[in-house]
Write a protein that binds this ligand. Sequence first.
Ligand code: HXC
Length: 510
Amino acid sequence: MKHILFELDARRERARLGGGERRIEAQHARGKLTARERLEVLLDPNSFEEFDMFVEHRNSDFGADKNVIPGDGVVTGWGTINGRMVYVYAKDFTVFGGSLSETHAQKICKIQDMAMQNGAPVIGLLDAGGARIQEGVGSLGGYGEVFKRNVLASGVIPQISVIMGPCAGGDVYSPAMTDFIFMVRDTSYMFVTGPDVVKTVTNEVVTAEELGGAKVHTSKSSVADGAYENDVIALEEMRRLYDFLPLSNREKPPVWPSADTATREEPSLDTLVPENPNKPYDMRELITKIADEGDFFEIGGAFARNILTGFGRIEGSTVGFVANQPMVLAGVLDSDASRKAARFVRFCDAFNIPLVTFVDVPGFLPGTAQEYGGLIKHGAKLLFAFTEATVPKVTVITRKAFGGAYDVMASKHIRADVNYAWPTAQIAVMGAKGAVEIIFREEAKDAEKLAARTKEYEDRFLNPFIAASRGYIDEVIQPRGTRFRVARALRMLKNKQVPALWKKHDNIPL
Ligand code: HXC
């Protein structure tokens, strides 16, 4: 009997070694942790239960049968993060470069199925060379099965991908269909086809980092939502993110104890907006002063920086913040900002996370670059996303809310629930100078008359009271009391329900 127990231990020991000491050392030499080490950082101590440790591939082509490693290049199972359940898979680069075989795919599919059924997120840690080249079509089928489950799970459970090494070929499309992608700087890269193929097909010479490193994907392509210095920081930040998310669309977001009172006033907000309406100020300051304990988990921070998106808490419960950032391009809405915010709004709506929107927007960005790039369709994405969202929506206009961008930024007209404005708000079709130059074209040629007409327009329109007189603004509030007003509004909206017209699904302008 005893030798059978020893046998189990020995088999486990062997499986845990993955591709062996030499390859583990190579992994460490590159500044990367192994798959199991990563899971230890990600999950609560001793909470990981591994499945399918003894699964082996069944391929015999190209000598594959001489190289069979239990686990087959991916570590799967479940554990907890701060006590809350999560399903995980971590690609093991030491086994066939983490490449995906038919059996490797089956292991991932098993936890995807469990996650959907049992209502808990999936976090995938990727570090892999794509399809198992020795396997051919079995691997392609395996990818298809994983992709299908990513789509079925979308909007049912949160799905997070962390890229911690190579991620190429078939490996890129599963992350692309998850809710968030994070990368590790300098050690991870993502592309559909690598530098060698690029050189052959297009004659371009490019390094892996230039083609698909963290900088490219967080600031240029917007494929990734954030990047971190190393494996440990990335995984610790995933634990932090996880605490904001509900386990599934069947749940409300978690509520954590907070020492921060809802009634906390912030007198400094009274002077956040400068006297000069053309001077920028940092909208991030407003978010961190409103959120519990100043905790803000930003999503997409390096891309379309003219809009801020991310998670915070009010009275211990998660909210999604969307805010124009006057520090960058005066907070204008362009295609990238619209796409970024639309995706974030849709995530929040899918997972019952209320939206708090701060508005200071001079309009949509004019120009051929934007129009040729499809600003109409991209801007419509944000308009569509805010309108269809049925979660509680609280909006605060701090300064400019001009033109179509006023409507788009969670205005009353598109089903926001509570709309506040600071006394500094300016809600109008456009800024005073532009308006006067159009409606008083002749007078505008004279500098004195232009100044007088501009002042007249400013006095008449550039305030919150005309919108308030129509009920487009529910209340004009003191900046210092914003946290309390938002908290009270969210309390009031706690049991919000919106009956929906029957439809199969909508047709957001993609
Ligand atoms: C089988 C693979 C592999 C793969 C790597 N290995 N990729 N084994 N299938 N796809 C193995 C290597 O043979 C090696 O084994 C070990 O993993 C480490 O690989 P190295 O090349 O030594 O590491 P490194 O120099 O860091 O380069 C990593 C790499 C490179 C950039 C990922 O290995 C690479 O380019 N691999 C192939 C990538 C690729 O073309 N994949 C197929 C994409 S097509 P040993 O025994 O020496 O340790 C695809 C289509 C699917 O995915 C589409 C579905 C929609």
